[in-house]
Ligand binder design. Structure first.
Ligand code: MN
Ligand code: MN
Length: 415
């Protein structure tokens, strides 16, 4: 390091490289914030130098953390965690990993799980307190469930399809041919733990055998083969034909009135613009769900417009591409973070944000809400439906500009 670099910055040198000197020379008033925090577009100022230890790959993934926008301010806690950092539990039939409130403290109301099942791989019959919303990311699977009236749901789902298992409803997932599947699960409980669900083997192994015998009016020896330890994710042959398994499971009680599966590929986008499209899936079009979701595709340069959600927190998963999001949390706090494949984002209820495609390919991400119905409020919609006189008195943008804002919510811009 040179002497020049080690010397404390003199007032003269400090101001010399910034436009503040020019402003001062012109006799204009210089804002104190600019005097104490000079910034340059190409980060060449002495106070922007970055000598010493660096993590170049991580910095390259997070340009808005390395050089945050000048509008960022305050010590807002992080709202991003990557599945790539999660412990992967590997079993005979596949693997799983999770991102919960224990990894990302802000994510109090929702948690996520990624799972891979090989062809024939079974996620053991189980249930949990929270509801499970799922998106198939690759391949195909057979799902099974039984509701509180004994009605059955056996469905095959493929890439892009969804399912919803309400809280307490027992279910299973099995990877189909030729290469099983990989999927995302989202739970309306930040403290969810995929490794501690109610498993059928675990329960029976912890029930006295004479009680099992009495419950089913069979000899105790009937249950001699129940595993002493959970199966969790294990491998078996592929299931029988779908119609055969549906018919047997529905015998006597029939199917569930509203399927727990949703075939997203058959749905038209809810909103299309030249910069992308969005599919909103909530109780309006998926009656079985108590979790609302949006699947958003932003073309390069596209922006999910400035907005917030008045009714619930938002849990995000980035499926492909690169983007950035700024969350404004009031009290002059704002933070920008970068996202890519496998990242989780989280925004608390009513906190405004935008998502911008910063890459050169489509950005695809999902928004999930622990509520049956999707709701949002956009900045543009608010501005378009407030007296222009009043809005202009706040922002000084001119009433002509306000009059040109589309009257209907845009969602994805430029339109
Ligand atoms: Mn489950
Ligand atoms: Mn949002």
């Amino acid at each position: 390091m040179s002497d020049e670099q080690q010397k404390p910055l003199s007032r003269r040198k400090f101001i010399g490289g910034s436009s503040a000197a020019l402003i001062a020379a012109a006799g204009l008033k210089v804002a104190s914030a600019q005097e104490t925090k000079p910034r340059s577009a190409d980060h060449h100022l002495p106070n922007e130098s970055d000598p010493g230890v660096k993590n170049d790959p991580l910095d390259a993934e997070n340009p808005d953390s390395v050089w945050s926008p000048a509008t960022d301010a305050g010590g807002q806690p992080p709202f991003k965690y990557s599945f790539a950092l999660s412990h992967k539990r590997i079993e005979e039939g596949g693997w799983t990993r999770q991102v919960t409130v224990r990894d990302l403290p802000i994510s109090k109301k929702m948690a996520g799980v990624e799972m891979r099942l090989v062809s024939g791989g079974i996620r053991e019959l189980h249930w949990h307190v929270g509801a499970e919303w799922a998106l198939m990311l690759y391949g195909s699977a057979r799902i099974t469930a039984v509701d509180e009236h004994g009605r059955s749901n056996v469905s095959d789902v493929k890439e892009g399809d969804l399912w919803l298992f309400p809280g307490g409803i027992p279910h299973s997932i099995q990877g189909l041919g030729p290469d099983g599947c990989r999927f995302l699960l989202v739970f309306d409980d930040g403290n969810f733990n995929e490794f501690e669900t109610f498993l059928i083997t675990d329960w029976l192994a912890h029930t006295p055998p004479e009680v099992l015998a009495k419950n089913f009016n069979v000899p105790e020896s009937t249950f001699a083969n129940v595993p002493k330890k959970e199966l969790f994710i294990f491998k078996r042959d592929l299931p029988r034909p779908l119609e055969e398994e549906q018919k047997q499971a529905q015998d006597g009680t029939g199917p569930v009135p509203h399927s727990f599966a949703f075939y997203t590929n058959e749905m038209q986008p809810t909103k299309v613009s030249k910069s992308g499209h969005v599919k909103i899936i909530d109780r309006n079009n998926f009656p079985a769900t108590n979790i609302a979701a949006a699947i958003v595709t932003l073309k390069p340069g596209g922006l999910r417009e400035l907005h917030w959600h008045p009714n619930e927190d938002e849990w995000q998963y980035y499926v492909q591409g690169k983007g950035r999001m700024t969350v404004f949390s009031a009290g002059a706090h704002a933070r920008t973070m970068d996202f890519e494949e496998g990242d989780v984002g989280y925004i608390e209820k009513s906190m405004p944000h935008y998502i911008e495609n910063t890459g050169d390919t489509d950005l695809v991400f999902i928004e999930v809400f622990p509520t049956p119905y999707y709701q949002d409020i956009s900045l543009a919609e608010w501005m378009a439906h407030t007296p222009f006189r009043l809005m202009n008195e706040h922002l000084g943008v001119g009433e002509d500009m306000l009059a040109k804002i589309p009257k209907k919510e845009m969602v994805i811009v430029p339109e």
